[in-house]
Design a binder for this molecule. Sequence first.
Ligand SMILES: Cc1cc2nc3c(=O)[nH]c(=O)nc-3n(C[C@H](O)[C@H](O)[C@H](O)COP(=O)(O)OP(=O)(O)OC[C@H]3O[C@@H](n4cnc5c(N)ncnc54)[C@H](O)[C@@H]3O)c2cc1C
Length: 328
Amino acid sequence: MRPIDYTAAQDTKGAIEKLAARPADAVAIGGGTNLVDLMKIHVQNPALLVDINGLPLSDIQEVDGGLRIGALVRNSDLAYHPLVRERYPVLSEAILAGASPQLRNLATVGGNILQRTRCSYFRDISQPCNKREPGSGCGAQGGFNRMHAVLGTSDKCIAVNPSDMNVALAALEATVHISGPQGERKVAFGDFHLLPGSTPEKESVLQPGELITHVTLPASRVAAKSRYVKVRDRASYAFALASAAVAIELDGKTIKDARVALGGVGTKPWRSLEAEKALIGQPADEVRFKAAAAAALKGAKPQNDNAFKVELARRTLVRALSLAAGIA
Ligand SMILES: Cc1cc2nc3c(=O)[nH]c(=O)nc-3n(C[C@H](O)[C@H](O)[C@H](O)COP(=O)(O)OP(=O)(O)OC[C@H]3O[C@@H](n4cnc5c(N)ncnc54)[C@H](O)[C@@H]3O)c2cc1C
């Protein structure tokens, strides 16, 4: 039995002080749906849990035509918020495509952004995993890797970022707002998660003692016509094999603006500027959608069990673009 200390913070400053005082072994707990799971299987072993649920970070506010979303907003509340459904439908669809109603009622925005990979080697402490134990090796490479990434991989790690919500936030060009011992800072969503490279244990730019306080979404014309398509092994309660978050603004039949991000295939939420470039200024038809999908997967590096994901992701993206353009 390992003792664990627990403390409930009352405000952001207090939470940061408690986290910063024990940078090596303190973690924040939001909904706990990911963290507690990982503690039960000894993958994460914090000695101090700082409960942040008492912090005033549960509001969704309209700011400058965009949205400010507190880090403690529950996934369900965000997905069903009228402004999200109207202006950023891809975010609502992505959240509702994930987990189960019970989990979404508890899971928070901050926790969802930071949820850990579902790689079975990461989640099994008898297996080598560079992310869990740097230098121990990667069991997935040469192992069973049907669910693993084909984009953004390295020789140290091929684990997928599993979040559906993150794919939508990448396409919507969200900003992550952080507070920590050194003050406040903000990071573009595309820069928040890190590629594994030679340090897969470092998953984001968040430093010890720092908290996500909120996320902002810019006012966006393109987001109004946005969709999320997720393909998985069963119709619900399963992680993505491939998913696509897209937004399209049309001028007649021409694509005036576009956003594209992929899930289930990348080591981080995968915005594809290449696909966007292939779409903007072109007619909204299947030929261009296929060209964009080819561009998005151009750098894919499949493993022995997951080559199917390359074609699956292409088709998922074409389907999402067709739905967003209203031609499906
Ligand atoms: C059975 C099951 C199925 C699931 N299926 C899906 C799915 O299909 N798609 C999907 O996207 N997700 C799925 N999930 C994952 C689920 O979405 C996450 O567990 C959830 O979003 C995590 O949120 P949380 O608030 O519970 O995080 P926690 O467990 O509380 O925290 C997760 C991590 O974030 C850190 N953290 C939390 N809040 C903050 C903050 N404000 N600042 C800094 N650090 C913070 C914690 O320290 C911890 O490291 C599933 C989970 C389960 C258990």
